[in-house]
Design a protein around this ligand. Sequence first.
Ligand SMILES: [Zn+2]
Length: 297
Amino acid sequence: MTEGRIPPYTVVSFHAHPDDEAMLTAGTLAAMASAGHRVVLVVATAGEAGLVSSDVAGRGPVGVRRMAELEQAAAVLGCARTVLLGYADSGLTAPTRADARSTESGLSPFAHADVDGAARRLATILVEEDADLLTVYDPVGGYGHPDHIQVHRVGCRAADLAGTPLVLAATVDRSRLRLAARLVALLGRVGILGAGLQIPDFSGAYTARAALTHRVDVRAHLAAKRAAMAAHASQASSDWGTRSLAFYLRLRAPLFRLAFGFEWYVERGRAPSRQLAGDPFDSLRSGVVTRRTGEQG
Ligand SMILES: [Zn+2]
């Protein structure tokens, strides 16, 4: 047991699909890696249910392509290791338990996987890496994708099993997102931006401002974040209109900075306050959070 861990720290960033790491956490991960911390990316699925254009689909298996894109993004961000847990991508309309099919590896769609079983697989990596910090998603899975909700459940359980001291749920400040959505809708209506772009209603999505604990300024790492997003080219491809990733990548630098210059987190067990922490490791550095003994031994 070490009181007040000494940096550099080891971070495991857990995601559902390749490209989620770029949208939600890329700036934070790039900042950590460039400061000398060890950053490990773990994805539950290869994202093979992700939509792609017919042109991209014709060039081979989507999961293989998306894992190659993830490796490219990981390299740009300075990640030391990338791990695929190997669950099937549940897709946006998750199969019911009854028709949940097994994959070649014998593993089920991630959204319907046994939480303890999946958590034990992730905990093995957390123990192996002696991770100080695990990032997951908020309990609503951001915009509600069943695999994202499962990332929260599995991640929190894995941290308990492994004794990982610090858990941060990656999220977005909902009020900011709704403001941006209204702006994009307005610009779309007057024909300036976003033709064919679907703008969801974010009323129950992500996290209310009052529940946040961290706002990380990643403006110094936006080149890496943009490059990580661009690495997921298949997810910008479309036969049916503008996809959000393609739209974001077309934003000019000042707008991109406005949209992606900050990343938000909710630290598990930490009371929210009006003054948001800017350092993801804050609770480790101050000794508020210390190493625990995992249930897994
Ligand atoms: Zn996803």
